[in-house]
Design a protein around this ligand. Structure first.
Ligand code: HEC
Ligand code: HEC
Ligand code: HEC
Length: 297
């Protein structure tokens, strides 16, 4: 992508679309330049966005681009988030890349049907860019945005005082990582298993550690070698944990192709899992770009 010249685009959008009664807040539809001058906020107190920008992000974007982002590469919450360089094209700021993507037919944001954002709202966004992205007061009064709260769907929790190693242990936590560290501490402890892969499956994306996951005899986690060699089918136990000992599948090596099946329903990881410590990426909020927990299909 090359750097963008906003003026032609904006004239187009605004003259075609920002007609009277467009549904925007009356006071804000005026000249954006004046807006910037008369906002009257104290920058030492306020780091927020103009309300029409904040509202659009809140209603259409933050389900993924929240803080933390869930299933999207970055947050769209603070003014700074929008001023950061775009990940896809660092010559643009995220605020600019966002308008591109909202207007894009090939790669729309939000994902799905293109141009799903009200034309008046994208015009207002263009106005804001044209005015030099002045700060606003929205969201400032509320202080920090509420982080999404993880809820334990099963209502059952593993007891952290239970220090026995069993296949039911530590649902939600990265299994292989801890076993590796424990083995470094105590190389002679034969009770620490060498697992090829393990994780916990949940009914929702946002579930806290130690919450018991989904228990369903129809669920099966299928791992196949990306090279076509080796395959295991794992059934989650009553903690929602699934695991395979390295010794049980000597042919299978990471990276894995991952499929989860329940009857006819299925979820696949579209990229191969680089290693078998599923919960390391599929943590309470999702790390390394993972959308959150390993999810029941
Ligand atoms: C359902 C989840 C979801 C929603 C809702 C969503 N996005 Fe995204 N967004 C993604 C994902 C996933 C990516 C990364 C893949 C891609 O670029 O297509 C992304 C990428 C982007 C990028 C490119 C990254 C960059 O640095 O340039 C921008 C900009 C963006 N989104 C803006 C928005 C805006 C603005 C909205 C709301 C109008 C929105 N997104 C709504 C999931 C979402
Ligand atoms: C905080 C560290 C830690 C985490 C996290 C952890 N384990 Fe363990 N695990 C251990 C230790 C230590 C043992 C050795 C048993 C002992 O010393 O009591 C063990 C033993 C085991 C055993 C062997 C039990 C047996 O009967 O032989 C299994 C199976 C196991 N863990 C599965 C898991 C699974 C599945 C997860 C992830 C959902 C997990 N563990 C997460 C520390 C951990
Ligand atoms: C290095 C990080 C990482 C590891 C390890 C990892 N995943 Fe993923 N997983 C991701 C990312 C990123 C995505 C989102 C992109 C995609 O769908 O491929 C994802 C997506 C998925 C999906 C599809 C999500 C959906 O809603 O359709 C499933 C299912 C899944 N992973 C299961 C697993 C299982 C099971 C393991 C362990 C064997 C695992 N993952 C290990 C990063 C990881």
């Amino acid at each position: 992508m090359t750097a963008v010249r906003w003026l032609p685009l904006l004239c187009l959008v605004i003259s075609c679309v920002a007609s009277p009664g467009s549904g925007l807040d009356g006071a804000d539809t005026g000249d954006a330049d004046t807006d910037a001058d008369t906002d009257g906020f104290d920058p030492s107190l306020v780091t927020g966005l103009p309300c029409e920008i904040d509202d659009l992000l809140e209603t259409r974007c933050r389900s993924c681009h929240g803080d933390p982002a869930v299933g999207a590469p970055m947050s769209l919450v603070s003014y700074d988030d929008l001023m950061a360089p775009s990940l896809a094209d660092p010559s643009l700021r995220v605020a600019e890349s966002a308008l591109h993507r909202m207007l894009s037919v090939a790669a729309p944001m939000p994902p799905g049907a293109p141009r799903s954002i009200d034309a008046a709202a994208t015009a207002a966004w263009g106005d804001w860019l044209d005015a030099g992205t002045p700060m606003g007061e929205c969201g400032a009064a509320g202080g920090e945005p509420e982080p999404p709260t993880a809820t334990c769907s099963s209502g059952r929790h593993w007891d952290p005082d239970d220090d026995d190693g069993t296949p039911l242990m530590q649902p939600g936590r990265p299994c292989l990582d801890c076993h590796d560290r424990e083995r470094l501490d105590d190389p002679d402890d034969d009770d620490i298993p060498t697992l090829l892969a393990a994780g916990t499956i949940y009914p929702s994306l946002l579930e806290p550690d130690h919450c018991m996951g989904a228990e369903d005899p129809e669920l099966v986690v299928i791992l196949e070698g990306e090279d076509g060699v080796g395959r295991v089918e794992l059934v989650p136990n009553s903690s929602g944990n699934f695991l395979v000992h390295a010794a049980k599948a000597p042919d299978l090596k990471p990276p894995f192709r991952v499929t989860i099946r329940r009857g006819d329903a299925e979820r696949r990881m579209s990229i191969p899992a680089p290693h078998g410590d599923c919960n390391a990426c599929h943590g309470a909020t999702g790390k390394m770009g993972a959308p959150g927990r390993v999810l029941v299909p």
